[in-house]
Design a binder for this molecule. Structure first.
Ligand code: SF4
Length: 464
């Protein structure tokens, strides 16, 4: 079921009231109101923040980098690791000193979907004005109106069967944009909180996605990254029979769109049809395929539903179809019950696949997940030792591959100027390259020759 944001009368009324109210307060000051959003976590959170920024700007707020100037600070939080949670508490604690200047503080995102977090915020940080979750962040205008009228809001829904369409967004990049195609996850990997914080899988209708992408392309977007916790299962539950490869086929038809990327994919759902769709003209030959562990025994404990052999078979098929594909992954070391031979299996898988890069983590216990109840015999030092071993091997491979790109020419989509006269963009495989350029290059595909390689970055020159 979907609802149109533009038809949500309560929200629309709140937008108008906040705009009037803030205008009358801040016109006396001669500037503002300013907002600041601090985003933790993944691209889904980045994109939710882009949407909340657009809502705030609809209400007359302007962005500021400087927290001390802000009349509203939003923390869009992440629940994936304990460390991220601790950082959020530290951040909220720091904001107390700014609270004296009528500052409104909001905490939203995945972290507040957990009861223990809500309890802690209520008890330890009573000066927080708004707390809302991942399923109702679009109602920010309603909560902000209450806060301006001196009323607190705590509104966290467990799940929502609805997808909200036509939400505005202020995107970090005009040239390369995120597009959500689904929300939630049904997989219940034993270490992961996402199915509890983002709810069950819900796919957007293909026509809504295509309409959004066409609109973006009209405004100058040339590359899209389709987002979902498991894009490979896109389409389940929709009335029309449409799966992820079919969606890619339809998006491939959009004129003036140069490249399509996506993340994240679950290896168990990577089908031959998707591998075939990767050959479409606009598909970037780049694949993020989280393996998590190279040991079938650990994968079973993680409830990943594939074996080491299944995973390697899919990598083989991807490379058969697209020999120059860029491959990246996620790896967890120190999962409860991991033995040394499991770590060896992960290291040998890293060698066998030869990743271009990876997000690597030490296992972080998350309350409410099955793995939080598993016996964990490894101490902190041993986990770090294992992590360093794995990372040493991974970096060896990544660095060697990066240096091997010296002298090669890649077609780069020029995305932004990072400093005066220096531009950056990505190769089809997803490697970031910096090179001298000009404003006319922005949004264009340019052949760039790699003239200098560092361990983890590339520099080049446009071929004229
Ligand atoms: S697939 Fe597993 S790791 Fe990924 S979001 Fe779902 S439960 Fe979490």
């Amino acid at each position: 079921m979907k609802i149109l944001f533009t038809e949500d009368r309560k929200n629309q009324a709140a937008i108008e009231k906040v705009a009037k109210l803030s205008n009358s307060i801040y016109s006396q000051k001669g500037e503002g109101p300013f907002y600041h959003i601090h985003t933790f976590g993944c691209q889904m959170n980045d994109h939710d923040s882009e949407r909340m920024a657009a809502l705030l700007e609809l209400m007359g707020y302007e962005y500021t980098e400087d927290e001390t100037r802000a009349s509203l600070i939003l923390l869009n939080t992440c629940a994936i690791r304990e460390h991220a949670e601790e950082r959020v508490y530290g951040f909220i604690g720091r904001l107390k000193s700014l609270k004296e200047n009528d500052l409104i503080i909001g905490v939203c995102g995945c972290m507040v979907q957990q009861k223990h977090v809500l309890d802690k915020i209520k008890k330890s940080y009573p000066y927080v004005d708004m707390v809302f979750g991942t399923h109702n962040y679009y109602q920010l205008p309603i909560y902000l109106l209450k806060a301006l009228e001196g009323e607190k809001s705590i509104s966290v829904l467990e799940d929502s069967p609805r997808i909200v369409e036509e939400l505005p967004a202020i995107r970090a990049s005009k040239i390369s944009a995120f597009v959500n195609i689904m929300e939630g996850c049904n997989n219940f990997c034993t270490y992961c909180v996402v199915p509890y914080t983002r709810g069950r899988e819900k796919s957007r209708l293909p026509e809504d996605i295509i309409k959004e992408v066409k609109g973006l392309v009209e405004e100058g977007t040339r590359e899209i990254t389709l987002l979902g916790q498991n894009v490979n299962s896109y389409g389940r539950g929709l009335e029309e029979e449409v799966d992820f490869p079919e969606l890619l086929n339809r998006l491939n038809e959009i004129e003036c769109l140069y490249r399509i990327r996506f993340m994240t994919s679950h290896p168990k759902d990577l089908s031959d049809r998707l591998i075939e769709a990767m050959k479409l003209e606009k598909m970037a030959p780049s694949f993020h395929l989280p393996v998590q562990s190279g040991s079938t025994r650990v994968l079973k404990m993680m409830n990943r539903k594939y074996t080491r052999e299944d995973y390697l078979d899919k990598v083989y098929k991807l490379r058969q179809a697209l020999p120059h594909i860029g491959l990246t992954t996620d790896i967890i070391v120190g999962f409860p019950g991991e033995e040394l031979e499991d770590l060896e299996a992960t290291i040998s898988l890293i060698e066998e696949v030869g990743y271009d890069s990876a997000f690597t983590f030490i296992y972080s216990k998350r309350l409410g997940t099955p793995a939080a109840g598993y016996e964990d015999k490894l101490d902190y030092e041993e986990k770090h030792r294992r992590f360093d071993r794995m990372l040493g091997k991974l970096n060896e491979i990544v660095i060697e591959k990066n240096h091997s790109r010296l002298g090669q020419v890649f077609e780069v989509l020029v995305e932004e100027e990072t400093e005066a006269g220096i531009y950056q963009g990505r190769t089809p495989q997803g490697f970031l390259v910096r090179f001298p350029g000009s404003r006319e290059d922005l949004g264009q595909l340019r052949d760039v020759k790699i003239t200098r390689t560092k361990n983890f970055s590339l520099e080049g020159e446009i071929c004229h």
